[in-house]
Design a protein around this ligand. Structure first.
Ligand SMILES: [Mg+2]
Length: 188
C-alpha cells in the first residue's frame, strides 16, 4: 500500500471555520510512546524513519501533520492528537483542535497544533486547552524543550494559544497551501 496516498475520494481539508467541532484530519507519522521519529518524505512519497530520538524521551501523543497545509517552515503544519491508544504511522485521525503551542527551531516558526481524538467519547468534554488536565500541556512543553538537546539543535518553546488562534493558523496554512499549489502545479 502506498502510505503516502491521501484518501482519494474527497478533499481532506474541510473548511473548519464552518465546523463547530473545529475538527480536522491529522496524518499520524509518529505514534504516542515512540522514540522512533517516522516522517513522511514528500520526495519519496513514502513514510521513512527519520531518526531515533537522541534523548531518553518519547512522543507524548500521536504526532504528525494536517494535510493540505503549508506552514511557515515550508513543511505541513505539525499537529499532536491525544488518543486513548496510540495509532500507527500513516493513520488518519480526526482531531478536535483545542489550541497550539508556539515554537521555533533552526528553520523558523514551527507551531504545534494540539487536538484530541474527535471520535473518542472519552474526550467529549474537551473543547479548549483549559478542559485538559494541565499536566498534558506541561508534558508537551517539556518534551519539545528537551527532545533535541542531545542533537545540539536549539528549539524555542513559546506560549499556548487557544483554539480560535489555532483555527486562524490552520486556515492561514491552508491558504498558503492553495496558493502554492496554484503557483506550482507539479506539487499535485
Ligand atoms: Mg514543522
Amino acid at each position: 500500500m502506498d502510505q503516502a496516498s491521501h484518501p482519494p475520494t474527497q478533499p481532506l481539508a474541510d473548511h473548519i471555520a464552518d465546523d463547530k467541532e473545529m475538527s480536522v484530519w491529522i496524518y499520524v507519522e509518529t505514534p504516542q510512546g515512540s522514540r522512533n521519529k517516522y516522517e513522511y518524505d514528500s520526495g519519496l512519497g513514502r513514510l521513512k524513519l527519520d531518526r531515533t530520538l537522541h534523548s531518553a524521551v518519547h512522543y507524548p501523543a500521536d504526532y504528525g501533520f494536517i494535510p493540505e497545509t503549508h506552514a511557515p517552515d515550508g513543511d505541513h503544519l505539525d499537529a499532536l492528537v491525544i488518543v486513548q491508544q496510540a495509532t500507527f504511522p500513516g493513520c488518519y485521525v480526526r482531531g478536535r483542535v483545542i489550541g497550539f503551542l508556539e515554537m521555533s527551531d533552526e528553520k523558523g516558526e514551527d507551531q504545534k497544533v494540539l487536538a484530541v481524538a474527535a471520535e473518542d467519547p472519552r474526550f467529549d468534554g474537551i473543547r479548549n486547552l483549559g478542559d485538559l488536565a494541565q499536566h498534558w500541556l506541561r508534558e508537551i512543553e517539556v518534551f519539545f524543550s528537551t527532545y533535541k538537546m542531545l542533537e545540539d539543535k536549539s528549539v524555542e518553546v513559546g506560549q499556548w494559544q487557544d483554539r480560535h488562534e489555532a483555527v486562524t493558523l490552520i486556515n492561514r496554512c491552508r491558504l498558503a497551501y492553495l496558493s502554492d499549489l496554484h503557483r506550482m502545479p507539479q506539487l499535485q
